[in-house]
Each structure stands twice: as structure tokens, then as C-alpha cells.
Write a protein that binds this ligand. Sequence first.
Ligand SMILES: Nc1ncnc2c1ncn2[C@@H]1O[C@H](COP(=O)(O)OP(=O)(O)OP(=O)(O)O)[C@@H](O)[C@H]1O
Ligand SMILES: [Mg+2]
Length: 473
Amino acid sequence: MGTSKQTQSLINQIAQKCEYWEKDQNVYEGSEKEVEILTLHLLDILGISQENIKAPYQCGASKKVDFAAKFESSVQTSTFAKPDLIIECKSPSISFTDETKKYADTVFQLQGYLRGIKCKSVSYGIIFNGLNVQLFRKHGMLSYPISPILSVNQKNISQTIKYLQQNIQTNNNKRGTIITVWNNKGGVGKTTIAQSLAILLNEKITYGNKEKNRVLLVDYDHNQGDLTANCKMDPSEGETKRLLDADYLKKLTTEDINNSLHSFTNIPVKGRKPRFSFEVKVLRADQELSRLSSEYIKDFAANERLALRKLCLRMAKNFDYIVIDAPPNYEQSIFSKEAVSAADCILPVALYQNDNSIRNYARAAIDHIQSTQKIRKDGGPYSLGIWFNRWRSTWIATVTRNSVKKQIDAASNTKNQIELKRIFYKNKGRELRKIVETADIARSIMDAKGLPGVVRFIRARSAFDFLLNEFSD
Ligand SMILES: Nc1ncnc2c1ncn2[C@@H]1O[C@H](COP(=O)(O)OP(=O)(O)OP(=O)(O)O)[C@@H](O)[C@H]1O
Ligand SMILES: [Mg+2]
């Protein structure tokens, strides 16, 4: 970064250009080029020097992003490699508001770049059109917004720059991603998928790490406690509540956290190494929370306080992934609300050919996730694409697709329709995401060993292959 005077001048240049474009809508053909110049200003303001920028940058076979940047110069080589950040620029005529398809396409484009083979080292993505900027985080193959759509006009630019500076951290401060498995509807496979996903993620190694992913499972369905039971554990008496309380009073210690997490693992029997070994930590369902009156829970876990979100952010420093198993019935369940508001990403699950679970999720995505985003003010939670669980290989997708289409058509405005299309369909086609029905998954949870199918049967594991590809390479 130059002197603060130089920086201030760059900030002014961006803000003035933004005001000019906003006021007169005076956008002409060369505007995208001008946005690219402003992007260089923006990178300078963020403390990234010229020699650490490559424009354009080849992300993969046929994917070129406008800018790639590194936070620090590499000592050994002079060639540009392993960027930390990429930026896709658009002309100011492409407006960044949730309502427009062009905005949705820009996000889709950035996410495609972020998945590129030459972007494994990238942790952040930015879209910028000279008027607005939005920041995305990348973790494994996942990418999700970590800012709302921010403005760079005179009034907002200082705040926007501050937000970007605070949220683009060096690798030392990296934290894990918080994922909530959710549908408003019960019995769709949330618990099964949360547990299986956690185990499979534990086998992977995130780029840049040496060890396998550290994964924490949070059972936030305190009334049922299915996940806790599936991990062969008993629910706790107040363990989660104590963590929430201590965190709220700013008295939470690392020791408190460590004492509350329990290992779910398959230990070698008589020295025989298990076929697929794993270890995940579990924060068990809490019977005390389940018993407490709704009034008390409201006090400690009220929506706007984001109690679970804060606790998870704290715990995420020691994990690569936190997977939360949410209860159904959002409207009635404070725990369901808390689980949704705690997430970076929501992983939605629905049942095949079940109009209700599709309608439920369509409504939930619009009503609940969007309203939580307004409270959070950090761009999250972000709904990933929906997975249709218990799919039989002999089934034909048309019925489900028709049911999905009905929900999209019924959505009241374009904004919601765009969002539902993104959530329900894979890529730009009308392809659905499926997890096949594999008896092994169910049977093995029930059987004597009590270990989930994914650590015992190849068939159960392969049922999750496509889901896992969305998370990790
Ligand atoms: N892909 C699958 N193949 C076979 N059985 C499955 C599959 N997914 C889930 N099941 C079975 O379906 C039942 C319900 O699953 P699960 O408990 O995971 O649903 P849930 O959404 O968590 O339910 P709740 O809303 O009550 O918490 C379980 O018996 C589980 O073993
Ligand atoms: Mg469940």
C-alpha cells in the first residue's frame, strides 16, 4: 500500500467514477476496460502490488478470469502461480442486484473459475462492475458469498474497503466452513447425510494442508438426538448449553470446548486396521436444551443473537468443516432456526417425487434463508443445490422435474425464480442432483456394529461420490 494520501486518491477515483455511472447511466463500450483499471486501484488499496497481479489468468482449460492476485510474492520463482484471489470484472451496465439474471450468471461464472484446476490455491473470489463489489470465499470445491453486494459510491466506499480488508485474511487465520444439512420437512435423510458427509470429508485433505480434514459434527436436533444415537453416544446433560452460555458471557475457553467434544471413530479391533478408518468429533444433542422452556431458549438463542453461529465461528478455528444436523419444522423450532442462521452453507435434502418436500424447501429457501441473510448482513447463509435422496436407479426424473418446475413457476417474482432455478437445477440444464437409495446406508446404521454404511460398504460410499465432489477434489 502506498501512503494514505495516495490510497485516498485511489479511493476517490473509484467513488467518483461510480457516482458518474450511477447518475447519468453513462455507460459506453469502453466501460469494462475502465472497470479493469479501477480493479487495479482496488487491489492497490488492498495492499497488493503490481508484480503480484496477473491479468488475465488461465484458471483451467478454457477459463480465463480477468485478474488473479497473490498476497505475497513467491521468493523462488519469477513465474506467476498459486494465486490467493481472483477477480471477475463486468461493465457497469451489468447490474449486481439479486433480481437480475445477469448477476446470477456472473456469480455462476466466478464459481466456475474458482473450481478451475489452476485455482486450487485460491481462497477468495471477487466480482466487480465499477458500482458494486461482492466477496466470495473458496474452500475445497465450495464457494460462497461472505459479503452482501457492497456499493463503492462516495457514501459507502470507506465501509466497503474496510469490509474487504477485514474479511480477506491471510492463510494463518483460516477457519473451517460451517454446513447445515436442512429441510423443513422431516425424515428426508438429513441426519444420515450429515453423518456420512462428515466421515467422507474426514478422509480428504484440503489443498495446502498436510493432515486429513478435521471435522466436527453438531447434533442440534436436541429433541430427537438421532445423530448422537447414530454415533453410538448418549445425549449430554447441558453440554451444548454450557458452551452457548459461556460464549455469550465471553468466558468460553478452548478447554471448555475440548471437554465437550467427543470422538466418533472406528478403532482397530485386535490390531486389525479398519478398511476405511475415520475420526470425527461430535458435539452431542443436549437433553437440557431440549427440556428448557421456549422462553429461556429465546433468551439465549434468539434469532438476532446468532448464538450458535458465534459458537461455531469460534470452534471453526480448529476444524476444516463443521457439519450441523438440523431438526425439521423451522417455524416451530428455535433449534432449526439457529442451525440455519449458523451456517455458511445450507445443504438441502429432499425426497424423490415428494411434492411436499420440494414445496417445503422452495418456500423455506425464500422465506427463511433470505430473511436470515438480512439479519446476518454478511451474505450468508448460502443455499447450495438441493440433493434428492433415496433415488432409485430405475426411476425416471421427469416427475420430480415437473414438480420442481411447478414450484419455480409458482414463485412470486423473478428474483425468487432465479434463486430456485439455481438451487434446484445443476448447472444451466434441468439436471437434478441425486443420492441413490442404497439399502446399505440404512441397514448398517441399524446393525450390531452400528457403523454407518460409508465406512463399511463400497455401494454406500459411491452413493455419496457426486455430493462429495461438490465439496472436495
Ligand atoms: N440414501 C438412503 N438410502 C437408504 N436409506 C436412507 C437413505 N437416506 C436415509 N435413509 C433412511 O431413512 C430414514 C430417515 O433418515 P434420517 O433420519 O436421516 O432423516 P432426517 O431428515 O434426519 O429425519 P428427521 O427429520 O426426523 O430428523 C433412516 O432410517 C435412514 O436410515
Ligand atoms: Mg434427523
